[in-house]
Design a protein around this ligand. Structure first.
Ligand code: NAD
Ligand code: UDP
Length: 317
């Protein structure tokens, strides 16, 4: 049991992580500027004596009174739809924001974890992607604001480890989905589920042959906590290795929702990675972790959440 400062704690993954930390007896200081998160995600936690919410932009340095055992940096917009909308905010939270969170960890001699991403592999030429692959990123393309900010985040984290002997963890998250996603977030799972529930056409970009490997948020959070608790310094992939084309994802969404929606093909965004699948050999070995919730079940749970949020009727039967 300890006290954890978590940036981005009012976001999709962060709100689940806040709850999981509290459930196991940790106290949480959730720091979030609500850029892409919402207090609705943490409404059930507010008022608890072991949960504090601090509305703050982590690109501005800040201090936390009292003991801090771990600092977890999860603040960052993460949807490709945001890369063009708020590119400078993304670069700032990945660079200055990471540095401020690292300084906080140094001050308190706390363990530090940075939420990195499969995007550090760019449009990967090695498949599946092990942690040892250095990636294939277009440094000036539309995704670079996110990819390079995250790569910088990993670099500065290792520099703090070397310079300040800080105890660090680097988490590489692969496509994660589940309850608490924003319906208008712009990512594939939320877009397709919301479209299916509303009876609108399902937008598949390109011919839908590009692949992703989708991890349900409950599995992801279990992996994150296992990584936080272990003593491994260096990047670790946490994701579900079951790979689907986006067309297969759309078909799974139609099955999960019973929707009659047609599929509409739209242009593929620039630099969209053609394939992605985590090699989780390392996570299995050092954490004994692997995901257990597969796509049909995860989609059904997420569809139920969106139906409630959108006030849409449940399907017959
Ligand atoms: P999200 O947008 O739901 O959550 C991000 C949170 O960070 C939001 O609550 C937002 O308000 C907050 N935030 C953004 N900028 C901030 C700032 N400057 N100061 C304080 N708070 C700020 O996204 P998410 O999907 O939950 O992602 C959480 C983390 O996981 C991010 O770091 C993201 O890059 C990483 N990640 C997510 C995925 C995924 O599939 N969801 C994949 C790879 C990496
Ligand atoms: N995508 C799609 N339709 C959508 C949203 C996304 O076909 O409405 C595609 C997108 O082009 C990408 C994949 O689905 O190939 C995953 O996109 P997402 O934004 O979820 O995450 P990414 O892995 O690209 O960061």
């Amino acid at each position: 049991m300890g006290r954890v400062v978590l940036s981005g704690g009012a976001g999709f993954i962060g709100s689940h992580l806040s709850r999981a930390l509290l459930d196991r007896g940790d106290a949480v200081v959730c720091v979030d500027n609500l850029l892409t998160g919402s207090t609705a995600n943490i409404a059930d936690l507010e008022g608890r004596s072991d949960f504090e919410f601090l509305k703050h932009d982590v690109i501005i340095p800040f201090e936390v009174d009292g003991p801090v055992d771990a600092v977890m940096h999860f603040a960052s917009p993460a949807s490709p739809a945001d890369f063009a909308r708020i590119p400078l905010e993304i670069l700032s939270v990945g660079s200055n924001g990471t540095r401020n969170m690292l300084d906080l960890a140094v001050q308190h001699r706390a363990r530090f974890m940075v939420a990195s991403t499969s995007e550090v592999y760019g449009d990967p030429l090695v498949h599946p992607q092990p942690e040892t692959y250095w990636g294939n990123v277009n440094t000036i393309g539309p995704r670079s604001v996110y990819d390079e900010a995250k790569r910088f985040g990993e670099a500065i984290t290792m520099a703090y480890h070397r310079v300040h002997a800080l105890d660090v963890r680097i988490l590489r998250i692969f496509n994660t989905y589940g309850t608490a996603m924003r319906p208008d977030d712009g990512r594939a799972v939320s877009n397709l589920l919301v479209q299916a529930i509303r009876g609108e056409p399902l937008t598949v970009y390109g011919d839908g042959s590009q692949t992703r490997s989708f991890c349900y948020v409950e599995d992801e959070v279990r992996g994150i906590l296992a990584l936080l608790d272990c003593d491994y310094v260096g990047p670790v992939n946490i994701g579900n290795p079951n790979e689907f084309t986006i067309l297969e994802l759309a078909q799974n969404v139609i099955e999960a929702t019973g929707s009659q929606s047609p599929i509409e093909f739209l242009p593929l965004p620039q630099d969209d990675p053609m394939q992605r699948k985590p090699d989780i050999t390392l996570a299995k070995r050092i954490l004994g972790w692997e995901p257990t919730i597969q796509l049909p079940e995860g989609l059904a749970r997420t569809a139920a959440y969106f139906r409630e949020r959108l006030d849409a009727p449940s399907p017959p039967g």
